[in-house]
Design a protein around this ligand. Structure first.
Ligand SMILES: [Zn+2]
Length: 151
């Protein structure tokens, strides 16, 4: 559990692999979860809430989030995409863009559900590799799209 005086982990040099960034936001891959393609968009400066950004900056952030969502739809064809901005543990604006499949271990619960049913975990472990194989191409297309549309 983080304490208000702890250094902010999102202000530290990024430990996650950065796929793309500009002066406002960075896009990082999130590995090691049950959902292949999970991607995070992090505002570069330490701001907690969307309404602390100017409307133009807020729109710029969401343009990045929506482009990630669009490329996930095109390249990974998930059954649903979850967009989440919680920030309860790290009060530094970031969005989770999480592709979901009806067959995934946690569906239809949020991915943070601590105890997905064991039979779903086992079944998903058999299906997940085929989707994981698409992720390198998804990342390549995402970097292309971000670079083309958002300088
Ligand atoms: Zn921060």
């Amino acid at each position: 559990m983080s304490h208000p005086t702890d250094p902010c982990p999102l202000c530290a040099p990024p430990g996650d692999e950065v796929l793309w960034q500009n002066e406002c936001a960075r896009v990082v891959r999130v590995d090691g979860t049950a959902q292949p393609g999970y991607t995070r968009v992090i505002w570069q400066s330490h701001v907690a809430e969307m309404t602390q950004l100017t409307p133009a900056k807020r729109q710029g952030l969401m343009d990045v989030v929506y482009l990630v969502e669009q490329i996930q739809r095109q390249e990974l064809t998930p059954d649903k995409i979850n967009l989440a901005a919680l920030g309860n543990q790290v009060p530094h604006l970031h969005w989770h863009i999480i592709p979901r499949w009806r067959a995934d271990s946690h569906f239809p619960e949020p991915i943070w559900h601590p105890t997905p049913p064991a039979e779903r975990v086992a079944a998903w472990a058999l299906q997940r590799p085929a989707i994981e194989a698409l992720v390198p191409h998804y990342h390549a297309r995402l970097i292309e799209a971000l670079s083309a549309h958002l300088a």
